[in-house]
Design a protein around this ligand. Structure first.
Ligand code: PRX
Length: 635
């Protein structure tokens, strides 16, 4: 897992069976890939034609103002037209859209018809609250059916949603509300996690206190514990849904293909989170194509993307793409190990899950409990497995393949980002696999690995992973900050017009791609993306710390853990008690995932003469490795 001395098993092959290849939605990757590169616009137009549009596009790709690319311009659509409206006119209205299981055993199974009605009702509620096309709505909920309804209801009326992951805390939520300027916030009283209540509404109260732009809070009752409801601001979801205004009839707003669908905040190199903006038209085409081809979705599948709807994986592959394809999904609320480490395997068995998509950190976490837990269950319904979020270490890959997949399920290791909207590098089921490699780019996507000048590096050498041309679900901008969009993704290889992913990667002799990890100040902790700056400013906000530097140290379970080096303000002494206080502060301000594994007090931090913290020096030191080139070190 460590990027140090990374030597991937480039000659370890796993080939799909003839059966898998023959039945795949795309049996011949090479042919489709070549077709797509030969004329990407025709290729994407054909994909767009599989969906419904109120009005067809005039132009597939408008590249007149690079890198502000536009897709399907002149086209009129709404992602809800494809995710719901079109299905209820067919037999699919009776199909199960999703089966939801609460951590406490509660169950909901919802047909397309019923989901369509609930979304219609809630869209009318939102309208009655004054939410209009273009207004941003913040969603801060647990993994409950209503989060799917809320997202779709926003999309339906053309109000971009900004979902904030329920694991974030006060300040992180307040910052995101502030940046999006949302008047309306949808939340839950609480969420169940590991048998305990996560008090979401308490966090909301504090965040709204800090970002008073919110004037209306809609609360879904999940845990039923006592909460504060502020008169004139807070309303129960179930009360609103039983009002006459919540009619089951609702017009879907006709949107331009390029109208915003959502903002999703993600970590970057500065403290302020970036609002990644996605739009209705291109996103629906790209996410549905990638899901259909990489995970080979068929009508009788039971698809389980075990991510949280609050991350891009959940947006694209729990909510939008599966619904567009008319698939049946499983959604599970809680922890994989609650009450026992076989909870997931029980779910696979009970619901006959055919495709499971999760993250390496979860696989490693479950692998730790041994083979007996999965072996106790009938997992024979599974036919494909997936991985996302960070490089999967070959050991976890082999375990997943053997113990969970019975050596019969190809592992679809998908490399992508919040910014890309959908899978960029991924095998299709018909492609030969090597454990730890996301294999080849998706049809229509051209990637390269380049040196500092933007020239391709030789096979086996590390370089910057870049994407060479536009794709339909690409980030349109950083919400409210075009400048940052340009600087972050396009400046480095401006002459070539490449998109900079921020990852280091390598290509092997067979042309297979190996993503090694981030090369900027972004950390991956348990697959979650965090900026060093977010944790650092969280530490400084405690008041006892003058300056801090945060690094990621490789960890067998979490991928990385956080080490923080802190300079106390004058008059404050570092102590164990202060370490505990700081950890608690981070848990509250940023969220549990951002809590450092280790906090060390120091007098000085290694800096360049221009004042930039040299995190790699700290990292090398922490790992007992050579410090490397210190010529730019100030002191
Ligand atoms: O470093 C790469 C890593 O996750 C980053 C994107 O994080 P985020 O925007 O949170 O999206 C995660 C879910 C799509 C990438 O820059 N990453 C994601 N998938 C993989 C990966 N690294 C290696 N292999 C993957 N399959």
């Amino acid at each position: 897992m460590s990027e140090q001395g990374f030597s991937p098993p480039t000659s370890e092959w796993y080939h799909p069976s003839e059966e898998v290849v023959k039945n795949a939605n795309v049996p011949d990757y090479e042919a489709v890939y070549n077709e797509a590169v030969s004329d990407p616009e025709i290729f994407w137009a054909k994909r767009a034609e599989t969906l419904d549009w109120y009005q067809k596009w005039d132009k597939v790709l408008d590249d007149s103002n690079k890198p502000f690319y536009k897709w399907f311009t002149g086209g009129k659509t709404n992602i809800v037209l494809n995710a719901l409206d079109r299905h209820i006119k067919t037999w699919r209205k009776n199909k199960i859209a999703f089966i939801w299981e609460g951590e406490n055993g509660d169950k909901v199974s919802m047909s397309y018809w019923r989901l369509w009605q609930e979304v219609n009702k809630f869209s009318n509620v939102l309208r009655s609250m004054g939410v209009k096309k273009g207004d941003r709505v913040t969603i801060y909920m647990g993994r409950v059916p209503e989060i799917v309804i809320a997202m779709l209801a926003c999309a339906k009326i053309g109000a971009p949603h900004s979902v904030v992951y329920g694991g974030f805390s006060e300040q992180a939520l307040a910052d995101r509300i502030e940046d999006a300027q949302s008047r309306v916030l949808i939340t839950c009283d609480g969420a169940w996690l590991r048998g305990k209540i996560v008090k979401l509404k308490d966090t909301v109260d504090e965040a709204v206190h800090r970002s008073p732009v919110v004037d209306t809070v809609i609360v879904v009752k999940r845990t039923g514990h006592e909460i504060n409801m502020e008169q004139g601001r807070d309303y129960w979801y179930h009360d609103l849904m039983s009002l006459p205004i919540a009619s089951v009839r609702s017009e879907t707003e006709v949107m331009d293909a390029e109208d915003p669908l959502f903002i999703l905040y993600t970590s970057g190199t500065t403290g302020k989170p970036k609002g990644v903006l996605h739009t209705h038209g291109g996103y629906q085409v790209y996410t549905s194509t990638t899901l259909s081809w990489a995970f080979d979705i068929k009508d009788d599948d039971r698809w389980w993307c075990a991510a949280d709807p609050g991350w891009i994986t959940g947006h694209s592959y729990i909510v939008y793409a599966p619904l567009i394809l008319g698939a049946t999904s499983i959604i599970y609320e809680g922890a994989p190990t609650y009450p026992y480490p076989d909870r997931w395997w029980r779910i696979v068995e009970n619901y006959g899950v055919t495709i499971l998509y999760t993250a390496p950190t979860a696989i490693r976490g479950l692998m730790r409990f041994g083979d007996a837990w999965p072996n106790r269950h009938d997992l024979s319904s599974l036919r494909l497995l997936g991985s996302v979020g960070e490089p999967i270490n070959p050991e976890a890959w082999r375990w997943y393949h053997k113990v969970i997949g019975n050596e019969e399920c190809p592992i679809i290791d998908t490399w992508w980002q919040t910014e890309t909207g959908g899978f960029m590098i991924t095998p299709l089921p018909s492609v030969g696999l090597k454990p730890g490699s996301a294999t080849r780019p998706f049809p229509g996507i051209e990637v390269d690995i380049v040196d500092e000048k933007g020239d391709p590096v030789a096979a086996g050498e590390d370089g910057d992973l870049v994407i060479k041309g536009p794709w339909p679900s690409m980030i349109r901008t950083v919400y409210g900050d075009d400048e940052r969009f340009l600087r972050q993704y396009w400046e480095k290889y401006k002459d070539k017009g490449y998109y900079l992913a921020g990852d280091t990667a390598r290509r092997d002799e067979d042309g297979y791609l190996w993503v090694i990890g981030r090369n900027d100040d972004v950390l991956k902790v348990s697959g979650y993306r965090l900026g060093t700056a977010e944790v650092e400013s969280g530490l400084v906000s405690h008041g006892t710390i003058a300056e801090s530097a945060v690094i990621g140290i490789p960890d067998d379970l979490k991928g990385n853990v956080i080490y923080a080096y802190c300079i106390p303000v004058a008059g404050v002494e570092g102590s164990d008690a202060l370490v505990d206080e700081l950890k608690d502060h981070i848990r509250h301000e940023v969220g549990p995932i951002a809590v450092p594994a280790k906090i060390e007090f120091v007098d000085k931090l290694p800096k360049t003469r221009s004042g930039k913290i040299m995190r790699r020096v700290l990292k090398a030191q922490a790992m007992g490795q050579p410090l490397g080139d210190l010529s730019t070190l100030e002191d």
